[in-house]
Ligand binder design. Structure first.
Ligand code: PRP
Ligand code: ZN
Ligand code: MG
Length: 225
């Protein structure tokens, strides 16, 4: 078992946010060796343990109080919030700081030849996505009825595979959409990385360490601006 007196931080193991998260830890003076395939890394110079997990699991780990801090995309965070609320839970966390990386947008995209004149074009359509709650919130507001098909990855393949009429997925450069013959028709959510903290009591030692890290982050981010 891990030592609960050490500050526990979750970061994405591999993907869009991992390199920047790692850089941020380094610039805050946390010495960690993330080279290996190890899923838990211990800081050498501070009482900090880093858990390297799937990004999608980070909001839940923070909301369940399993980790003290997490670096996560707001898109994944908001989706998990809506998901838990839909199940009757009252999930809690504290946003410590919006970060200056991980920018992307959650968009609806359609095959190049499909007609699109506005959200009403999606009436009674099937839309493949990993973000069913964010998609539903948006299309409910637009009074559009639709069916979502849940795919946890390679969502862009769905229209050509005959699974759906459209998709709703993250777009960063747009290269994945282009490579799959899709065009972005609607942006429904804009996201950046964010540092969040679990709700509930924190020991004085941990809170002091968190404050120290926040001050350093503030300096690092300001210097980059
Ligand atoms: C996203 C998204 C697309 C791709 C878009 O995946 O699902 O596949 O990036 O990027 P582009 O516009 O630059 O081509 P992500 O890297 O977030 O991985 P994940 O969905 O597996 O977490
Ligand atoms: Zn993911
Ligand atoms: Mg993806």
């Amino acid at each position: 078992m891990l030592d609960r007196s050490r500050l526990r931080i979750a970061m994405q193991k591999s993907g869009r946010l991992s390199e920047e998260s790692q850089k941020l830890f380094a610039s805050c003076g946390i010495k960690i060796n993330l080279q290996q395939q190890r899923l838990i890394a211990f800081a050498e110079n501070m009482p900090i343990d880093i858990l390297r997990v799937r990004d999608d699991d980070i909001p839940g780990l923070v909301m369940d109080g399993v980790v003290d801090l997490g670096i996560i995309g707001e898109n994944v965070l908001e989706e998990e919030l809506l998901n838990r609320r839909a199940q009757g839970e009252d999930p809690r966390y504290i946003t410590l700081r919006r970060l200056d990386f991980g920018g992307c947008r959650l968009s609806i995209a359609m095959p190049l030849d499909a007609e699109y004149t506005g959200p009403q074009s999606l009436q009674n359509s099937r839309i493949a996505t990993s973000y069913p709650h964010l998609l539903k919130r948006y299309l409910d507001e637009q009074k559009v009825r639709f069916k979502s098909c849940l795919l946890n990855g390679s969502v862009e393949v769905a229209p050509r595979a005959g699974l759906s009429d459209a998709i709703c997925d993250l777009v960063s450069t747009g290269a994945t959409l282009e490579a799959n013959g899709l065009r972005e028709v609607e942006v429904i959510y804009r996201s950046k990385a964010s540092l969040i903290q679990r709700d509930g009591e924190m020991s004085d030692d941990k809170q002091e360490l968190i404050n120290k890290l926040l001050t350093r982050m503030q300096g690092v981010i300001q210097a980059r601006e």
